[in-house]
Design a protein around this ligand. Structure first.
Ligand code: SAH
Ligand code: SF4
Length: 383
């Protein structure tokens, strides 16, 4: 089965020192100015933080002792706390991260033969209410800060032992913005975080290895393409507006035709860098061969690949996963029209790390922890 590695819960940080993680290069330079240090110090720090992964100023040995002490007085290099780390029998790893305000999100690492993908969250919860997605049933708590987004990558690097940033044979080769939340509703913070992640002197993940998944925030799609140039994934899930209005309610604002037009105009899309269309397979809802044919018709002219995701059930979900036969029939239609259409094998199911399941068990765990504490307090009061 899987092993758990519980970390002792840390109390919220009361440290008033500023966190250097999540600052852009320009902001880091400005900080150096405020403490009277030269500009090139920012570059040195950047390399220590993002290339070497060093969190203690004391270990930054290329800096003078007095400068290290000065940094220590003003700043910290802080990652999110890991409140739980889980490892699945299939190699998938999941980290539940806790921020100083007590909010939590998850990051998941999925190793494959030739690559390793980190699934990164963009918000605590989500304001959208896609009917098949468990995150959509949680009320939005807040956007993640750049430090909290970059922090997910740094935590994974820590756990995988990948410092300094390796140039080859990496275990963390790809990033998908497919965790909790809608990244294009937190665009500024995502953009800032991804620029840090893509920086060649730091974490150094290429824009070609980063994919942002959106439910279809049409006006932001173009900005994402021109400013960040990352790969795009679209959560399509239905081929007619009537059904997509229900499954992915943002469709009422940005219907399928507008969404596909934004895809046609997506700046980096080419045959080498295709747009991924995600399609969750819901039994008897969206999985007929006729819908597969309509999908092929809609995608005409777009450099596309299709990712069929068997629905991952969660307690109380109003859907079932399509049968293997239905998935095969659907995939055959898409494939014979010339599109690659891999069926995404659910990974890390034993640790609830599959799509749409993120955090749901930890919320339950918190509730049961709370109940235990209430019971303990009640029995202590009675004694
Ligand atoms: N908000 C963004 C990114 C996060 S969701 C988006 O919607 O694209 C990542 C992917 O998982 C999306 O394609 C989403 O539709 C899919 N997903 C959500 N819940 C799922 C479930 N229960 N089973 C299978 N896929 C699911
Ligand atoms: Fe939000 Fe994406 Fe889930 Fe929809 S599928 S509720 S956009 S996280």
């Amino acid at each position: 089965m899987f092993g758990t590695m519980d970390a002792a819960p840390t109390p919220p940080s009361a440290d008033p020192r500023k966190n250097l993680v999540g600052l852009s290069r320009e902001e880091l330079e400005a900080e150096m100015r405020t403490i009277g240090a030269e500009k090139f110090r920012a570059r040195q720090l950047w390399q220590w933080i993002y290339n070497r992964g060093v969190a203690e100023f004391a270990a930054m040995t290329s800096l003078s002792k007095s400068f290290r002490a000065e940094l220590e007085r003003h700043y910290v290099v802080r990652r999110p706390d890991v409140s739980r780390a889980l490892a699945s029998f299939d190699g998938t790893r999941k980290w539940l991260l806790r921020f100083p305000d007590g909010q939590e999100v998850e990051a998941v690492h999925i190793p494959e033969e030739d690559r390793g993908t980190l699934c990164v969250s963009s918000q605590v919860g989500c304001t959208l209410t896609c009917k098949f997605c468990h995150t959509g049933t949680q009320r939005l708590v807040r956007n993640l800060e750049p430090a909290e987004i970059v922090g997910q990558v740094m935590i994974a690097r820590d756990a995988l032992g990948e410092w300094p940033s390796p140039t080859e044979d990496r275990q963390l080769t790809n990033i998908v913005m497919m965790g909790m939340g809608e990244p294009l509703y937190n665009y500024d913070n995502i953009a800032k975080a991804l620029r840090i992640v893509m920086d060649h002197e730091g974490l150094s993940l290429s824009k070609r290895k980063i994919t942002l998944s959106t439910s279809g925030v049409v006006p932001m799609i173009r900005r994402c393409g021109t400013e960040l140039g990352v790969n795009l994934a679209i959560s399509l899930h239905a081929v007619a507006d009537e059904l997509r209005d229900v499954l992915v309610p943002i469709n009422k604002k940005y219907p399928i035709a507008e969404l596909l037009q934004a895809c046609r105009e997506y700046p980096t899309a080419s045959n080498a860098r295709r747009i991924t269309f995600e399609y969750v397979m819901l039994k008897d809802v969206n999985d007929s061969p006729a819908e597969a044919r309509e999908l092929v018709r809609l995608l005409k002219g777009i450099p596309a690949k299709v990712n069929l995701i068997p629905f991952n059930p969660w307690p109380g979900a109003p859907f079932e996963r399509s049968t293997d036969d239905a998935i095969k029939r659907f995939s055959d239609v898409v494939f014979s029209a010339g599109y690659s259409s891999p069926v995404r094998t659910p990974r890390g199911e034993d640790i609830m790390a599959a799509c749409g399941q993120l955090k749901s068990d930890s919320v339950k765990l918190r509730k049961s922890e709370l109940l235990r504490r209430q019971l303990a307090a009640a029995s202590a009061g009675a004694a």
